[in-house]
Design a protein around this ligand. Structure first.
Ligand code: KMH
Ligand code: ZN
Length: 277
């Protein structure tokens, strides 16, 4: 069923905290800068070259505060050379100025969410003007964008941004599958999404909950990159909490190697993603 990977090098991203996962759901969620840095370092050791980063207030609630991001990024860089990719999605309901705050830290990478969708019971609002505004802010901060696509139309919107001169190639797509209200986490869906991106673009898969393992493993077999971690899924196996994101990264890395992929270090990932040192 599978395509021979055209490209052996594989980038594993660890989504270590997110905005929705709570300590009530799992005691293994990192919250403070020190916890985030420790977790980032563990994930790096397990094979991650990118950490997708959100931050939390001390009470655990989601935040996009520049100061909290600055503290977390500094703590992470003190411990490890992993690429930090800051969220510009934040949590459902946040406005653009709040969401854009981490860009003021000039992270190496940042997400660009490419369309609005129902996100669980809320609306993840990414109007076309907001997307263009955020793309400009990402550029101004000198960050490389990762294009978060929760629907096929979001891919087409990203291509419109390229046509408008608002996005520089090479493009890095993240297909986020299985969000309640978004596109389904299914093999036929992923195969179709891959056909929609231009030559030279890279792509990866993130998938929610029980879909994380099968869909990221499929992506790795199809030549894509993969994101795992507690932002998207808290379980290692049915009913067994993952003790942080690192065990999920370690399992993904082992799978990647088992299908002939080379799990890359951060500096190689920087080259592949067009991040200038
Ligand atoms: N928390 C979600 C509503 C991103 O990081 O850019 C959006 C999100 C996407 O997590
Ligand atoms: Zn996120």
């Amino acid at each position: 069923i599978l395509v021979t990977p055209p490209q052996s090098a594989l980038i594993l991203t660890a989504a270590i905290v997110g905005a929705e996962t709570t300590r009530a759901q799992t005691p293994h969620l990192p919250i403070t800068a020190r916890e985030l840095a420790d977790e980032a370092a563990r994930c790096r050791d397990a094979g991650a070259s990118v950490v997708h980063l959100h931050v939390r207030n001390p009470d655990g609630s989601p935040s996009q505060s520049r100061a909290l991001f600055a503290e977390a990024i500094a703590a992470i860089h003190e411990k490890t050379d992993v690429i930090v990719q800051t969220s510009t999605g934040g949590a459902v309901g946040m406005g653009v100025d709040e969401r854009a705050q981490p860009l003021l830290c000039s992270p190496e990478m940042a997400t660009l969410n490419c369309g609005t969708l129902n996100f669980g019971d809320g609306i993840f609002d990414n109007t076309r003007p907001l997307i263009r505004d955020m793309a400009a802010r990402i550029r101004a901060g000198g960050s490389v964008a990762e294009l978060e696509c929760y629907e096929v139309g979001h891919i087409h919107e990203a291509l419109s941004l390229v046509a408008e001169g608002l996005l520089a190639e090479p493009l890095h797509f993240q297909f986020v599958l299985g969000v309640p209200g978004g596109i389904a986490a299914r093999e036929d869906v992923l195969r179709f999404m891959i056909t929609q991106i231009p030559q030279g673009a890279t792509w990866g898969v993130a998938a929610v909950g029980r879909h994380q393992r099968p869909m990221t493993e499929l992506a790795m077999q199809l030549g894509g990159h993969a994101r795992v971690g507690l932002e998207d899924n808290i379980y290692l196996d049915k009913g067994v909490l993952a003790e942080g994101s690192a065990p999920l990264v370690a399992r993904a890395a082992a799978f990647a190697r088992s299908v002939g992929r080379e799990v890359v270090e951060p500096d190689r990932a920087r080259q592949l993603l067009g991040i200038r040192p």
